[in-house]
Write a protein that binds this ligand. Structure first.
Ligand code: FAD
Ligand code: A2P
Length: 272
């Protein structure tokens, strides 16, 4: 038995990588096989990882970026140069194995929101990942008249993944056939950058405060009777958006008590 096949035999919860795409020196996405028994709600996260040098699994939380109907799983990942997991995970190739614990959880799910008319998906950086799942799920289009996904990154290249996903959804034949082209037009994309020139500059929080995002999109300001929100980014971003949503009268919900918006951290950082 070769060393590689021996490793394959001992990896617990092993899944095989099928595709890898690198976007920048900080970001990449990959797809892998899906355990046949894995059921999840679009927007949830799981623990994935690699075997550590000490022979124990090195696992981290990852939002599933693919929709719940997909045969495979997709993940969108940061590359932290000294990160215990991503310093290695960024080198995976098709055919390699990763560990995936099939226990999905999370709050960025439809069940945690009360019915509404307009869904706002606010993200920064890899916080777009759960929304890549939700905007490929027909349920999102069935539940809302309008879906606005905002993605704020430092520079233009960091928006490539979200731009590609949104474009793919809008031209997806299967979703188009299932929902109708009019329904796919409900999805609107509002990308902004903060450190490189682009058509729309600025933190989304500032664009909400100034009202610019509403005038740009031609929609009224946030209203708890109409608007629902999902938020995923750094802790500082999440706290700032939460204050704005609460200021507009929206309440934070949870699986056990649905309300007008839900929040999840895109990563555990150093704090505010
Ligand atoms: P770690 O030791 O985990 O992190 C080192 C430092 O890197 C952190 O202190 C932080 O400052 C920074 N960092 C970590 N993750 C990120 C990030 N995503 N963006 C910017 N800076 C970061 N990461 C993803 O790349 N994609 C996901 O879909 C994703 N989903 C998550 C969902 C949840 C609920 C949580 C809590 C975290 C999620 N993360 C995600 C973060 C992930 O769990 C790891 O932290 C990340 O993969 C880095 O692992 P590491 O071992 O290399 O470094
Ligand atoms: P900025 O460049 O002004 O810090 P990061 O790569 O550091 O995770 O940041 C991703 C994006 O999120 C950046 O464009 C960053 O803007 C923005 N951002 C960071 N913190 C906040 C916050 N508290 N409110 C709104 N946007 C934020």
């Amino acid at each position: 038995m070769t060393e590689t096949s021996a490793q394959k035999v001992i990896l617990p919860d092993a899944q095989t990588v099928t595709e890898v795409r690198h976007y920048t020196d900080r970001l990449f996405a990959f797809r892998c096989t899906r355990p046949p028994s894995l059921r999840f709600r679009s927007g949830e996260f799981v623990m994935i990882g690699l075997m550590g040098d000490n022979g124990r699994p090195l696992l981290r939380a990852y939002s599933i970026a693919s929709p719940s109907w997909d045969d495979e799983l997709e993940f969108y990942s940061i590359k932290v140069p000294d990160g215990p997991l991503t310093s290695r995970l960024q080198h995976v190739q098709p055919g390699d194995q990763i560990i995936l614990r099939p226990k999905p959880v999370g709050t960025l799910v439809h069940d945690a929101l009360l019915p509404g008319r307009r869904l706002w998906l606010f993200s920064t950086g890899t916080g777009f990942a759960p929304f890549a799942s939700l905007i490929r799920d027909p349920e999102t289009f069935e539940k809302f008249d309008e879906i606005i996904v905002t993605h704020t990154c430092r520079d233009v290249a960091e928006l490539t993944y979200s731009r590609e996903i949104v474009e793919a959804v809008k031209s997806d034949e299967m979703l188009g056939e299932l929902l109708g082209a009019d329904n796919l037009a409900k999805l609107r994309y509002y990308p902004t950058t903060t450190r490189e020139q682009s058509p729309k500059m600025g933190r989304i929080t500032h664009l909400i405060e100034s009202g610019e995002v509403f005038s740009d999109l031609g929609v009224p300001p946030l209203d708890p009777a109409v608007d629902r929100g999902m938020v995923c980014g750094s802790l500082a971003f999440n706290l700032d958006i939460k204050a704005l949503l609460e200021g507009a009268g929206l309440r934070e919900g949870a699986n056990s008590e649905p309300a007008e918006f839900v929040i999840e951290k895109a990563f555990v950082g150093e704090g505010v």
